[in-house]
Design a protein around this ligand. Sequence first.
Ligand SMILES: [Zn+2]
Length: 386
Amino acid sequence: MMLNCAQPLPLLRHTDVPPRVIENFILTGYRFPNYSLRDCLLSAFRPTNETGNFWTHFLPVFVFAYYFVEVFGWEGAPRSDAPFFYPLWNYFIGVFCLLMASSMAHLLNSMSLVVREVCFFVDYGTISAYTVGSSLAYYYYIHPRAGIVETDPEPDPDPDGDPAGAPGSSGAVPEFSAFFDTFYIPCTCVVAIICVLSCCNTRQRWRKHRYMIRTLVFLLPFFVSSMPVFYRLLTRSPYSGSPSSLSSSASMPGFFYRHCLWLLVSAAFNISKLPERLAPGRFDIWGHSHQWFHCCTFLSILDELHMIKAEVRAILLSPALLPPAAAAAARLPGPTAASTYGVMLLLQTTIVSIIMYFSWCASRIYGPQGAQLEAELRRRRALKGR
Ligand SMILES: [Zn+2]
């Protein structure tokens, strides 16, 4: 699939590129740093060792959008710009930024060593923003109190049973309720910031164990963000009084388990560097671990979307659970612009500041090498023109 019109630059072996650019067990297909923007964009259509990385996160943007918009056509759904959907839009923003930043980082990272660093800082930043987008959706749609009806038609016959279905109950045992109300979203934001700081650091120090650290660092937000889901899995469904809601919500655990499975498999690919570890050079262009990592992370996101949609549907099928009725009935605070977009904006501003700091550090380290690489590129172009 080589584009002849662009007279593409030659692809290089791992021995011909700066050590910074070398990926373990990938021997050929490297683009030399200092590509122009045009060269980078055209390289999406050339078989390089980044081509698969680009497409495996670029095409999923459209698949995700296709499944996402379905929600707004459901019966009983408010308008797409209603406050009820603010958390869902924040989730969309998180996923969209994650997939676009990741695919663009892989496409544009050959512009210079500094741009390469910035691309991956942005990549880590958007992963963290995505986890907070997920948490906002979990908080408002899978929150322990979400879906609690004021009057339960079948009061719990077991006085020692789970209080989630009790009339007038807040839906969660008090200590959990207090945690979720007060600390859940701030905790996810703090963890997201710790992740960005740690991952950016692995590009400048702790290099030897970078894949391990990056993978472990992203397990932490998973456990914090998923707490409402764990809680829901361990307690009685809050939709016991509404058969249609209950049946929609019943598919939630299955999607969550599959979401976890894909995350585990993606982590295994990212740490093990299989299959290229077994046959260095054989998977340089297609089929190396990072492409499988991208595919698995997207499948995990898709199952997460299905899980959130199942819960949104359960709420929509019980009009009493929609704000403002829900707010009056179960003291469930409805989403506001400040509690959703505001949180996201604050987080993104903090992440951008962190990225700017690390980019400044990277420009001091790698900037001086730019002129040397430029000269090398000119020499190679001259050789190619002979
Ligand atoms: Zn990637």
